[in-house]
Every structure is written in structure tokens, then in C-alpha cells.
Ligand binder design. Structure first.
Ligand code: KIV
Ligand code: ZN
Length: 499
């Protein structure tokens, strides 16, 4: 069987484009989960873009083994030097370098003549080869470029030592038929192409990234690039999980072998959504919360008779399992650990000791604990060091005028209390915390959604804060009291800023 390599760019094309700054610990957590998922390559960042990114790439290179760790560069020597340094501890390092090849990129962005672009591309690959054996070249905006010209560029970078050649549809302009044609053309006309892996990298501006990637694979591409939940620039990258599940579900059609453990897909999607603060739409293919729900009477009747009437993927295959026991305030540690294990969380003794009281607190307030509650609980439990710890919240509101919030916190070893008025209770709480911390932050986004249904459902708050010129930091909080959930989210984001 032909092998399909899976290249994940959640931490590079996905993360950078959101304006969100994931800290190194969050990036490492995602990279570890991607390694569990079994992707072949993790593009961990763009080291020359910031010292924080360089640091995150080097931490991942040092800590995550058994998978290729890749860094992006422009076709610029200093970028390549910086990337090589960040990757130096990687078990399988890969440098991903490249340059724009379409007329608009060459004329308007680079202001370089095509011959000069070709020379720069070759020089970049040769420079990267001084550091690592595995060099991937990207021909940015390949889909909108002159075919004979990309063929010449690709042929020359292969001669210079590229091991993988990436043919991106950078602006999501292609349709499947045309993209398949482009890959077929390159497979048939570039000398030496049989020695390298051809990679497809698509964007979703016209909603065709998955279809285009599959078309490229049919034409002979051996690697597909994408991001979990399809996050990324503008309308996003190809959803990695969609291509993986298409190739898996239609394996008789594609006849491709992958290394991915599909049972890790749900856990990876949840983690990426939690750390980036980008929610997964309910109807999203494969990982949306409604992707396996059957609502209409006719469908439910069919499912009860035989699941295959309306189900092409069993939820267990992507790691979504059905409850075998109901948890409540009477459940012990053993039952909690068992259910968490079924949901994909492997807890050490100390982790269980930390999460169990939080579980009991929640179970005291809610009659039933659903899987979504446990995912939310685990998400909170995993996050955050504590520069500031929330102690108490008191809010007074008449419903017609401003609200007043009084907040007690511990900041380091000091216990402090302060109050503020605001336009509504959430605004008052955030203002009181700002008075307590003295940190200047800008609230860029705030959202609240219920984790399950009904009036006693858990509320999950997400805040995005910006401090100074830094990127956005995402904070999350859960509680059945929405003011408490919002306050916890704000405090969680502040703790990340102070990390
Ligand atoms: O979309 C694109 O062209 C890219 C390259 C930098 C690989 O992300
Ligand atoms: Zn891209």
C-alpha cells in the first residue's frame, strides 16, 4: 500500500494566524497530543518570527520524540540559521523553507524577477541542507503561478537536495479538478520528482480545502498538510481530521496507509479548541458535537434498527465513546478514574487527587455529570499556574443601573480585596480585578456558552486578553454560576500573562 504522510501545522499556520499567543507549555501539550495522534510531522512554529516561537520550537524539539519536528523559514539565510538552532535537539528535524512563485507574489510582494526567485529558492535549500538532511521546499501560491515556472523551480530545488516539495494553494482558489491537474502535471513533467515526497497544502477560502487535498492525493501526492479543527489563516487550513477520516473511511477507494491513531482525534480537537479559545462549530464534520447526533424521527428509527442506515463512522473510531456508568456526587475516585480513562484521560495519582474534589464540588451542584462536564473539568484542571487565586466574589445588581462587584483574591502571599462598579456584573467583576492587579489589559473577546443543556448546566466562559503589544491570551473558566465562570476565566488569562 502507498504510504500517506500526515503533516500537522496547527502550531504554525493554525496558531500564528489567530493572533493568539500560546505559551510554550500549551504548545508542548498540543505537540505531545499530536504525537499520540500519530502524525508524521509536527510543524512547531516559525522560529525567526519571534523569540517566543523559537523557544517553543526548541522545547518541542527537545521533548517530543518519535516524530519529525519541523520549523518554517522564509528563503532567507538568517531565518534558516535560527530555525536550525531551534531544531538542534530534535530526533528527526526538518526545515521547511520556500518563497512565493506566483506573478503577484514575485512582482508585488517580493519585487523580484522570476530568475532571481529561482536562484533564491535553490540557495535556501542548499543552505538548509548544511544543517539537516530533511528539507521541505514550499512554492508559495503555487496554484496561481505559471506551471512551467513552478516545474522549473521544483526541478531545481530537488537537484539542490529538497526531500519534500510542497505545492500550496495559499489563497484557497483551486477547485478539486484543477488542483488534481496541477499535481498530475508536476508528477509527469518534473525531472527527479519520483525521488521526493510531493505535499499538498490547501486553504479553505472556497470551502474546498479537504476536497482539493484529496484530489492532490489521488494525483500522487504522498503528504497532506493541515491543522486540527481546520484553524488557520482567513477561512483556515485543511482540517486534518477530515482528510484522515476520509482516507480511513474510504480506504478501499484510496488504498493508502497512515500511521494515525484515529481514536485520538476527539481528544486532540478538544485540546486545540481549549488552548486556542476557538470553538468547534456543532455541525463541523468529524469533531462537531452534533456530528454523530440523529435528530429526526425517521433517522432515529433507522439508527435503532441498524446504525449503518445513517452512520458512516462509529463515534468510537474517533475516540468518542458512549457512557457505561453515570457519575454523581456518590461516585468514588475509582469510578471517576474509570470514566476519565474511557474518555482518553490517563491520570496519575496526584492528578486524580487534584481533580476529585473539583468533581465532587460540581457533582454537589448538578444532579448528573455528563461527559462534556468532565471534558470541561479536565480542561480547567490542566490549565494555569497561580500568580493570582480567586477567593470570593460578591455582586450587587438591581437589574436597571450599574452593578457593583467586590472581589477577594490572593496575589502571591498577599490577600487583597477591592470593589468596582460596571455596566453589568461581568464588567464590574473585571474592573475590580483590574484594580487589584494593576495590570493594564485589553479585553478583546468574551463569550459564554453552556456545556450541557438545562438551567443547571455548567457555563463555560472564554476571555481573550491582550497586554501591551503581545498576542492574545485565552482564559477559560467553568461554573454553574456564570459570573463565577467569567471571573475564573479572567483570572486564568491573567495567570497566563504573568507566566
Ligand atoms: O499557505 C501557504 O502557502 C503556507 C506556506 C508558508 C507553506 O502556509
Ligand atoms: Zn498555509
Amino acid at each position: 500500500m502507498r504510504r500517506l504522510y500526515i503533516f500537522d501545522t496547527t502550531l504554525r499556520d493554525g496558531e500564528q494566524s489567530l493572533g493568539i499567543t500560546l505559551n510554550a507549555a500549551e504548545k508542548l501539550e498540543v505537540a505531545r497530543q499530536l504525537a499520540r495522534l500519530g502524525v508524521d510531522v509536527i510543524e512547531a512554529g516559525f522560529p525567526a518570527s519571534s523569540p517566543g516561537d523559537a523557544d517553543a520550537v526548541s522545547v518541542i524539539a527537545r521533548e517530543v520524540k518519535g516524530v519529525s519536528i519541523c520549523g518554517l523559514t522564509r528563503a532567507v539565510e538568517s531565518d534558516i540559521d535560527c530555525c536550525a538552532e531551534a531544531l538542534h535537539a530534535a530526533e528527526y528535524p526538518r526545515i521547511h523553507t520556500g518563497i512565493g512563485v506566483s506573478p503577484v507574489h514575485m512582482e508585488k510582494k517580493l519585487k523580484l524577477a522570476p530568475e532571481c526567485v529561482l536562484e533564491t529558492a535553490v540557495a535556501a535549500v542548499k543552505h538548509a541542507k548544511k544543517y539537516v538532511g530533511d528539507v521541505e521546499f514550499y512554492a508559495e501560491d503555487a496554484f496561481r503561478s505559471d506551471r512551467a515556472f513552478i516545474a522549473a523551480v521544483i526541478e531545481n530545488v530537488i537537484e539542490a537536495g529538497a526531500t519534500v516539495v510542497n505545492i500550496p494553494d495559499t489563497v484557497g482558489y483551486a477547485t478539486p479538478f484543477e488542483y488534481e491537474e496541477l499535481i498530475t502535471y508536476l508528477m509527469n513533467s518534473v525531472r527527479g520528482i519520483e525521488k521526493v515526497v510531493v505535499s499538498v497544502h490547501c486553504h479553505d477560502d472556497l470551502g474546498m480545502a479537504t476536497a482539493n487535498s484529496l484530489a492532490g492525493i489521488l494525483a500522487g501526492a504522498g503528504q497532506i498538510e493541515g491543522a486540527i479543527n481546520g484553524i488557520g489563516e482567513r477561512a483556515g487550513n485543511t482540517s486534518l481530521e477530515e482528510v484522515v477520516m476520509a482516507v480511513y473511511t474510504r480506504r478501499n477507494q484510496y488504498g493508502l496507509e497512515m500511521r494515525v491513531d484515529t481514536r485520538e482525534i476527539s481528544a486532540t480537537s478538544r485540546l486545540v479548541s481549549r488552548v486556542t479559545g476557538v470553538p468547534v462549530p456543532a455541525h463541523k464534520a468529524i469533531v462537531g458535537s452534533g456530528a454523530f447526533m440523529h435528530a429526526s424521527g425517521i433517522h432515529q428509527d433507522g439508527i435503532l434498527k441498524d446504525r449503518s442506515t445513517y452512520e458512516i463512522i462509529q463515534p468510537e473510531i474517533i475516540g468518542g465513546v458512549c457512557s457505561t456508568i453515570n457519575l454523581s456526587a456518590r461516585s468514588g475516585r475509582h469510578a471517576l478514574r474509570h470514566r476519565l480513562q474511557e474518555l482518553g484521560y490517563q491520570l496519575h495519582e496526584e492528578e486524580l487527587e487534584k481533580v476529585y474534589p473539583e468533581f465532587l464540588q460540581l457533582a454537589d451542584l448538578k444532579k448528573e455529570i455528563f461527559d462534556q462536564d468532565l471534558h470541561a473539568l479536565m480542561g480547567m484542571s490542566a490549565s494555569g499556574s497561580n500568580w493570582i487565586t480567586l477567593k470570593n466574589i460578591a455582586v450587587a445588581t438591581s437589574g436597571v443601573s450599574t452593578a457593583t462587584a467586590t472581589i477577594s483574591v490572593d496575589i502571591g502571599a498577599n490577600s487583597c480585596i477591592d470593589a468596582a462598579c460596571g455596566n453589568g456584573p461581568v464588567d464590574a467583576v473585571f474592573k475590580a480585578i483590574d484594580r487589584l492587579t494593576g495590570i493594564e489589559v485589553r479585553l478583546e473577546d468574551y463569550s459564554l456558552h453552556s456545556v450541557t443543556r438545562g438551567s443547571e448546566a455548567l457555563g463555560e466562559a472564554t476571555v481573550k486578553l491582550r497586554s501591551g503589544d503581545n498576542g492574545l491570551v485565552v482564559g477559560k473558566g467553568i461554573s454553574i454560576d456564570v459570573i463565577e465562570a467569567s471571573t475564573k476565566a479572567y483570572v486564568n488569562a491573567l495567570n497566563k500573562i504573568k507566566m
